[in-house]
Write a protein that binds this ligand. Structure first.
Ligand SMILES: Nc1nc2c(ncn2[C@@H]2O[C@H](COP(=O)(O)OP(=O)(O)O)[C@@H](O)[C@H]2O)c(=O)[nH]1
Ligand SMILES: [Mg+2]
Length: 347
C-alpha cells in the first residue's frame, strides 16, 4: 500500500513526510518521489507481544511518497507533476494550515488540479475510441463492443467530473472498475485531508466549510511535533502543557489514514513473531493467507481463527477452544479486523 503525499508547494508535505516516516526529506529525491515507511501503531499488537514475548514484533506498515507538489502559477504543468502519484493507492492531501490562508479554498483549488489532470486523460481516450469506432468498421464485433462499453463508461465519468467535480458518487461495477483501472484516475483514489497547522492554531477547530467537503479532515502540528521529538521526555511534557497539546497526534493520524484507506489487519502470534498483516477490507481467508506466503494460499486447507477481543478475555488458543470462541474457517471466510489466525496448509 503506497500513499502519495500531495498538495501545493510549501503546504508542509516534506515536513509531514518526515513526521510520519522518520525519514529525512531530500528535495532532490522528492522530485522523483521519495519513499519512506510508517509503522501503524496498534495497541492490540502491543498487548499480544507482551503476552507471547516473541523474538520479533512486526506491525503493519504503509509506504508514503513525498512529492514536489503543485504550483498555482504553473497550472498547465500540474498534470505532469501529478504523474508521480498515478500508481499510488491513496492520497494524503496536505493543506497549509500555518500560513493563515483559506483552507477550504485551498482544497477546492487542489481538487481542481486533480480534476483537470483526470479529465485530460479521459477525454484523450474518448477521442481515440471514437476515432477507432468511426474508422475501423470491419473489426470483430467483440472488439467493437469492448470499445463501446468503455466509451459509455468514460462518458459517464466525464459527466460526473464536470458536474460534480468528483467521482465519489460514480459507483463502478467490477467489470467497469477493471476497464478504467489502467488510467489510474486520481479522483478515484481515497483521500485523507490533513491540515498542517502551526503553534498558533493548536486547539482551533477546522473551518466548517472545509469539513463540508472533507468530513474526516485531520489536524496536525507536524513541524512542532517533529521538534518535540528531539527533546527529553520530561521537557516534552512541559512544552506540551505550555502549548495546550494533550497528546501527540501522529499515532492517531496514522490510524485514521489506515481506516480511511479501508485497510484492516489480522494477527499471527507465536514465540518467534507476533505480526500484524495489513489487508484490504473484505478479502477472504485465502487472500489473507497469500499475504503471508503464496504457499499458504495455494495449499490453503483451513484457518484457525479467534477474534482479538475474545482472545483477550481467554488468554490462549487452548482456552479459546474450551470457551467456544475458537473457530475453523474455510477459504471464503471474510477476514475481520483483529482476527488472530493460524493458517493450516498442505504442502
Ligand atoms: N511556521 C511554520 N512553518 C512551517 C510549518 N510547516 C512547514 N513549515 C515551513 O514551511 C516550509 C515548507 O515546508 P515543506 O514541508 O518543505 O513544504 P512542501 O513544499 O509542501 O514540502 C519549510 O520552511 C517549513 O519549515 C508550520 O507548521 N509552521
Ligand atoms: Mg517538499
Amino acid at each position: 500500500m503506497k500513499i502519495g503525499i500531495v498538495g501545493f508547494a510549501g503546504s508542509g508535505k516534506s515536513t509531514v513526510f518526515q513526521w510520519i516516516t522518520g525519514v529525512k526529506p531530500d528535495p532532490a529525491a522528492s522530485q522523483r518521489g521519495q519513499v519512506g515507511i510508517a509503522k501503524i501503531p496498534d495497541d492490540r499488537l502491543t498487548w499480544l507481544s507482551n503476552l507471547f514475548k516473541p523474538k520479533k514484533t512486526t506491525p503493519a506498515v504503509i509506504e508514503f511518497m513525498d512529492t514536489p507538489g503543485l504550483v498555482q502559477t504553473e497550472q498547465r504543468d500540474n498534470p505532469r507533476r501529478l504523474g508521480i502519484i498515478r500508481d499510488a493507492d491513496g492520497l494524503l492531501v496536505v493543506l497549509n494550515g500555518y500560513g493563515g490562508g483559506d483552507l477550504a479554498q485551498e482544497l477546492v483549488k487542489f481538487r481542481e488540479e486533480l480534476l483537470f489532470a483526470d479529465l485530460q486523460i479521459v477525454t484523450n481516450r474518448i477521442a481515440k475510441l471514437e476515432d477507432q469506432l468511426a474508422r475501423k468498421k470491419n473489426r470483430p464485433a467483440k472488439e467493437r463492443e469492448a470499445d463501446e462499453f468503455e466509451l459509455v463508461l468514460l462518458k459517464r465519468i466525464v459527466k460526473a467530473l464536470e458536474e460534480e467535480q468528483s467521482l465519489a458518487n460514480v459507483s463502478l461495477k467490477e467489470e467497469e472498475e477493471k476497464s478504467v483501472r489502467s488510467f489510474q484516475l486520481l479522483l478515484l483514489k481515497p483521500q485523507v485531508v490533513l491540515a498542517n497547522i502551526g503553534d498558533a492554531q493548536i486547539g482551533q477547530a477546522l473551518p466548517e466549510k472545509l469539513l463540508q467537503s472533507a468530513a474526516d479532515a485531520q489536524t496536525a502540528p507536524a513541524k512542532l511535533e517533529l521538534e518535540l521529538e528531539e527533546l527529553s521526555a520530561e521537557d516534552r511534557q512541559t512544552f506540551m502543557q505550555d502549548l495546550g497539546l494533550k497528546e501527540l497526534t501522529r499515532d492517531r493520524t496514522l490510524r485514521e489514514i489506515y481506516r480511511a484507506m479501508k485497510r484492516i489487519v489480522f494477527f499471527t502470534v507465536g514465540e518467534d513473531e507476533c505480526r500484524a498483516w495489513g489487508i484490504p477490507q473484505g478479502v477472504d481467508a485465502v487472500t489473507g493467507a497469500g499475504e503471508i506466503h503464496t504457499d499458504l494460499s495455494r495449499g490453503f486447507v483451513r484457518a484457525e481463527v479467534v477474534g482479538y477481543e475474545d482472545f483477550r478475555k481467554v488468554g490462549s488458543m487452548k482456552e479459546a477452544k474450551t470457551h467456544g470462541v475458537y473457530r475453523l474457517e474455510g477459504k471464503t471466510y471474510i477476514v475481520k479486523d483483529g482476527d488472530i489466525m493460524h493458517i493450516l496448509a498442505s504442502t
